[in-house]
Design a protein around this ligand. Structure first.
Ligand code: MGD
Ligand code: MGD
Ligand code: SF4
Ligand code: MO
Length: 843
């Protein structure tokens, strides 16, 4: 099987790193960064580096399913087409909706959009980019009359000041972060982070501004007013624009003065923004406040400057190009009569939609109200990721037809599906993606498709054929779709847009196969085009409702991807954060009786969920933070999206995920436990459980109030048990006939549970029962402490030793321990630990 490296693109974030993948076995691959790819020049973060741990077939959806019955493709496709036809005949095309994703390839996305907007005849196709990029798209459209990102990664390297607003870049766009750090080392670039939390990104910044939640419009407005007062703005503004700018930045005046001085003094400035800007009820205004500053100061369309909306998903940008959003047609076009006519002509259809469709939040409301009766979900997990997820689940449960195209058999969303369709996953898919800087790269297949899995475009084309539209969907090769889409961008050009892929319309299949990464629009696509200042107003913050003392913020962990369907499978990636943590300031914790490592219930007007408490002064007082990642499949708590409501930005329709009134109360379990087990189980009757990957199985953290049901937790096998009275603990080990470990369980009422790392590595291993029951080897290896570098398994104690022996830089820790020398994702954490350890030794 071993062959030459295949060049492909990472499965995860919008940085779009190039990978050289060497297939080493039937489902085994060695992953390296592609040194020639202009997005990453060889770098990869922890998630990309460990992609190999996620390509196994455990848990994959490998056959089409009608309910719980495996069926042939013909039967599944007939069922989808029959239900689609019936819905359209009985209720009209607007009773149909597709909810798709920035994780589809451009070709899949193009077909989804063509099928829905061109042939079903409704624009009820929206994407999870509504939860992600919609506000940035709306801001671009208001300022540029097109959704164009006017910056390239190289501009970050040519900038002298980089302002990161609402972006935890070091965790979420780690390779961009590494490029920024390298630039700082080379040219002394200053870095400002505007984020209510002191993230690892903020810790590395030259200036951190802990803005209050949604304080950004006031801050950027006041900044522009200050630049105007200094005579640093140019050009025309709409009437009243300057007077409308807020004067109060809403932050510490000393921080504002520093920020304003740096901005004034630094023409080469890039403002990078992501979810702290977009996921807000004022998200579009935040975007335009940023664009306004750059436009008014002429800091755009030149090296080292511009407003830079980073995309989240690998193909968020591609989806925007082909019209994945309900309020855009294909190829950056809108719904004017001319545009609709041109698109209908190109697709040769009489069924073209007539106007914008329902945006995600409205789409699920329409499902709830019974107005949408057929929902097809592709490459997204809305039962987890939509706001007010309890409502969304109830709506889906009522929907007469839910079809889900997935790679994983059991997700919170597939649990609500009538029909499940197995799609190609990363490593099987073949097509293109567009990254944050408009660079198009190929994802290439590494493995033959497993089971009955098929390309998303194939699945849709087959349904289209059964609907009588075979001619328009007669694709036999993905390159045919690419050429059709590329040729269609002649329409964007005709309507004055920058998106132009027409030279690609003539590529042969062989040329498509060999495609190397290229950027559309050139380095400065807005050059010479009109740009508008858009008046925005800093709205007063709504007071917290009675009984709610906190503002709840949500976001991401460094080593998990969204709903964990893939990163959750990787033991190495679980090392960083095994459980969903509620981050709370020490004073707030004291005031609410929360203890570090204890459990707490977070409640909002919309729902509640339980989290593990971690106390940290990286949080502002009054703010809480929880991760978005955990699901019913991975635990019974930590369900972030039961908490935010359906409030959306009035322009973009994007939900405000990061500022929800909340309250919190401690929970005291009667017992706590952890279990290592080879299988996926669903512990019943427990107050808390959360599952994370270990080699050969799973580690479960458990807590309960009702008596623990040991039998329900343990597998069959020979059971060994000891009662440890000194520690108030019961310990169990289950072994098979070969005396290998199948499971181990440790339960305590109020004692301390043993460390997990050693015992979690013993599953399937032959060994000594006494060691397993003790949860440690008879000659204990030195305790490494919490693992910081997941690539090399280096823990805090290893780092402390290195520091004690004189290592006083991240590089020196690297030479002593190897920490941070592979993917580099942990370098911000190393830097923080180093600072803490040096401070402690000074004291
Ligand atoms: N590890 C990892 N990387 C990812 C992903 C992942 O799941 N895991 N997902 C990808 C996707 S799809 C996306 S969209 C990106 C998201 O990338 P980011 O936007 O960096 O991620 P988030 O953690 O959602 O939010 C960023 C920050 O916004 C801050 N914030 C909250 N409210 C405000 C506010 O009012 N103002 C300001 N200025 N900041 C605020 C939060 O505290 C948080 O630190 O990451 C991509 N990369
Ligand atoms: N509270 C809170 N909620 C949020 C956010 C937040 O910051 N806070 N962020 C929002 C943002 S920015 C985003 S992007 C969303 C992400 O949310 P989702 O899109 O729901 O998250 P994923 O886990 O990426 O879901 C992708 C699904 O597609 C499957 N899949 C992967 N590849 C393929 C494929 O090729 N074909 C098919 N058919 N299926 C595939 C995966 O197994 C997975 O189930 O979450 C949003 N929700
Ligand atoms: S930064 Fe990491 S997750 Fe994003 S594309 Fe690169 S390797 Fe993949
Ligand atoms: Mo996203």
């Amino acid at each position: 099987m071993t062959g030459a490296a295949i060049r492909t693109t990472c499965a995860y974030c919008g940085v779009g790193c190039g990978i050289r993948a060497e297939v080493t076995g039937p489902r085994a691959v060695t992953i390296r960064g592609d040194a020639d790819h202009p997005a990453n020049f060889g770098r990869l973060c922890s998630k990309g580096t460990h992609l190999g741990e996620t390509v196994g077939l455990d848990g994959r959806l490998l056959t089409p399913m009608l309910g719980d019955t495996a069926v042939e493709w013909d039967a599944a496709l007939d069922a989808v087409a029959d239900r689609l036809r019936d819905t359209i005949e009985q209720h009209g095309p607007d009773a149909v909706a597709f909810y798709v994703s920035g994780q589809l390839l451009t070709e899949d996305y193009y077909v989804a959009n063509k099928l829905m907007k061109g042939f079903v005849g409704s624009a009820n196709i929206d994407t999870n980019s509504r939860l992600c990029m919609a506000s940035a798209v709306a801001a671009h459209n208001r300022a540029f009359a097109e959704d164009v990102v006017p910056v390239s990664y190289a501009d970050l390297e040519a900038a002298d000041l980089i302002v990161l607003l609402g972006s935890n870049t070091a965790w979420c766009h780690p390779v961009i972060w590494q490029r920024i750090e390298a630039a700082r080392a080379a040219r002394g670039t200053r870095i400002v982070v505007i984020d209510p939390r002191r993230t690892e990104t903020a810790e590395q910044a030259d200036l951190h501004i802990p803005v209050s939640p949604d304080g950004d419009v006031a801050l950027f407005g006041a900044l522009l007013a200050d630049m105007r007062a200094r005579g640093l703005t140019e050009g025309d503004a709409p009437d009243g624009f300057w007077d409308s700018l807020p004067r109060d930045a809403g932050i510490d005046p000393a921080l504002f003065a520093t920020l304003a001085d740096w901005v004034a003094a630094t023409p080469r400035m890039v403002t990078v923004f992501s979810m702290g800007a977009n996921q807000s009820v004022s998200g579009t205004d935040k975007g335009n406040a940023i664009l306004n500053l750059h436009i008014a100061m002429g800091r755009i369309n030149a090296p080292g400057m511009g407003p830079f909306s980073m995309t989240g998903q690998p193909n968020a940008m591609g989806g925007r190009e082909v019209g994945g959003l309900a309020n855009m047609l294909a190829c950056h076009l809108g719904f004017s009569d001319n545009e609709l006519r041109d698109v209908a002509g190109y697709w040769n259809t009489a069924n073209i939609c007539s106007g914008p469709g329902k945006k995600a939040v409205d789409m699920f409301r329409a499902i709830d109200e019974g107005r949408i009766k057929f929902l097809w979900v592709m490459a997204t997990n809305p039962a987890v990721s939509m706001p007010d997820a309890g409502f969304v689940r109830a709506a889906m449960a009522k929907c007469p037809t839910v079809v889900v195209s997935e790679v994983i058999a059991d997700t919170d969303t597939t649990r609500l599906a009538h029909i499940r369709l197995p799609a190609h996953g990363w490593g099987e898919k073949d097509g293109t993606v567009t990254n944050s800087e408009r660079r198009i790269s190929r994802q290439r297949a590494l493995f033959p498709a497993p089971g009955q899995a098929r390309a998303d475009w194939w699945i849709m084309s087959q349904v289209a054929a059964r609907m009588g539209w075979a001619e328009a969907f007669a694709y036999t090769h993905v390159a045919e779709i690419w050429r059709e889409y590329a040729a269609m961008t002649a329409l964007s050009v005709r309507h004055g847009k920058a998106l132009d892929l027409t030279p690609q319309a003539a590529v042969t299949n062989a040329e498509y196969e060999e495609m190397t990464p290229f950027q559309w629009g050139g380095a400065y696509p807005m050059d010479g085009r009109a740009m508008k200042l858009v008046p925005v107003t800093a709205r007063a913050r709504a007071p917290l409702p009675e009984g709610y003392d906190f503002r709840l913020n949500t976001g991401r962990y460094r080593d998990q991807w969204h709903t964990m369907t893939r990163t959750g499978l990787a033991p190495t990636l679980a090392l960083h954060r095994r459980e969903p943590l509620l981050e709370v300031h020490p004073d707030d914790a004291a005031a609410h009786d929360l203890s570090d490592g204890g459990l707490a219930r977070v409640a909002t007007l919309y729902g509640e969920s339980i989290f593990r408490v971690t106390i940290t002064d990286a949080q502002r007082r009054g703010d809480l933070f929880v991760p978005m990642h955990w699901t019913d499949v991975m635990g019974n708590g930590g369900r972030a999206n039961l908490l935010p409501g359906q409030h959306v930005d009035p322009v973009s329709g994007q939900p405000g995920f990061k500022n929800t009134p909340a309250r919190v109360s401690p929970i005291t379990p009667k017992w706590r436990a952890f279990l290592v087990h080879r299988d996926v189980i669903a512990p019943a009757g427990v107050l808390w459980f959360s599952r994370s990957a270990v080699k050969g199985g799973w580690l479960y953290e458990l807590a309960g109030t009702a008596p623990v049901d040991i039998d329900a937790l343990l597998p069959n096998g020979t059971r060994l048990e000891v009662v440890d009275t000194t520690r108030g603990m019961r310990r169990f080990a289950i072994i098979d006939n070969n005396k290998t470990l199948l499971a181990a369980l440790y339960v305590t009422r109020n004692g301390t549970l043993p460390p997990r790392d050693w015992i979690a590595a013993q599953l399937g291993a032959p060994g000594a029962a006494t060691e397993w029951l003790a949860a440690r080897p008879s000659t204990p290896a030195p305790d490494r402490g919490a693992i910081v570098c997941v690539c090399h398994g280096v823990g805090t104690n290893d780092i402390a030793d290195a520091v004690a022996q004189g290592a006083c830089s991240v590089a020196a820790i690297g030479s002593a321990t190897k920490a941070g020398t592979n993917c580099g994702s942990c370098r911000p954490a190393l830097s923080r630990l180093l600072a803490q350890m040096m401070e402690a030794s000074d004291a």
